[in-house]
Design a protein around this ligand. Structure first.
Ligand SMILES: Cc1cc2nc3c(=O)[nH]c(=O)nc-3n(C[C@H](O)[C@H](O)[C@H](O)COP(=O)(O)O)c2cc1C
Length: 199
């Protein structure tokens, strides 16, 4: 499949087949792909937690609102976290980056204040979500991005330390009856002329 075909066929899976698991080789590939996600100034302010343990998945499911069954039945749940604050970012990540980008951070970003730095760091993690959703689809894996979770409870269950949960992605293989697949429910998207300008 080329990328256009992947974009047309991937979809948010609403019902998983609990008996189909993603094999370990593919999971290792996904870990390497997510590690390679791009980020502004190569800041990499993230932690990706791959959960396959059924007991931990069950605990997370209790804090997943309407996503409960997806968390229970998916093969894995990948939890995306951002480093907890600007100070931790500066101590744990910025020190690993070249002088040119640290001076850009100190001159341009840091003076905007902690809240804006956190917004900027969080944006980088969302970018990795797009990368990950495309990657899973290219490997023939179904997925569900999930903001509908109780992030603080996820932090407690996962003992996240210096990272705060932002969202999670369930991955696995669809139940054949899943009514959200594009063959059953066509994708709704705004038309090109509503969202794209060419000048
Ligand atoms: C950041 C983000 C959070 C989302 N959270 C949820 C969620 O909690 N539960 C869910 O079923 N779908 C969730 N979705 C799926 C969107 O509703 C879906 O991507 C959108 O309707 C487009 O449909 P498609 O992904 O099938 O093309 C989320 C999507 C994104 C990008």
């Amino acid at each position: 499949m080329n990328f256009l075909q992947i974009a047309q066929s991937r979809y948010t899976t609403k019902k998983y087949d609990p008996n189909k698991k993603v094999d370990e080789v593919t999971i290792e590939n996904l870990k390497e792909i997510i590690r390679l996600s791009p980020s502004s100034i190569n800041s990499q302010p993230w932690k990706f937690t791959f959960v396959s343990d059924e007991k931990v998945k069950s605990e997370l499911a209790e804090f997943s609102y309407n996503n409960k069954q997806k968390v229970l039945n998916a093969s894995h749940v990948v939890v995306f976290g951002v480093i907890k604050d600007a100070e931790a970012f500066e101590n744990e990540k910025l020190t690993l980056l070249p002088e040119g980008v640290t001076s850009y951070y100190n001159r341009v970003l840091k003076p905007k204040g902690d809240a804006q730095v956190m917004t900027w760091l969080t944006s980088q993690v969302y970018l990795s979500l797009g990368f990950f959703l495309s990657a899973t689809a290219s490997l023939g894996i179904d997925s569900t991005p999930m903001e509908g979770i109780q992030t603080e409870a996820y932090d407690r269950v996962l003992q996240n330390g210096d990272y705060k949960t932002l969202f999670a992605v369930a991955i696995g293989y669809r139940d054949n009856e899943d009514s959200n697949q594009p063959t059953h429910t066509p994708k709704f998207r705004l038309e090109k002329d509503q969202i794209i300008r060419s000048i």
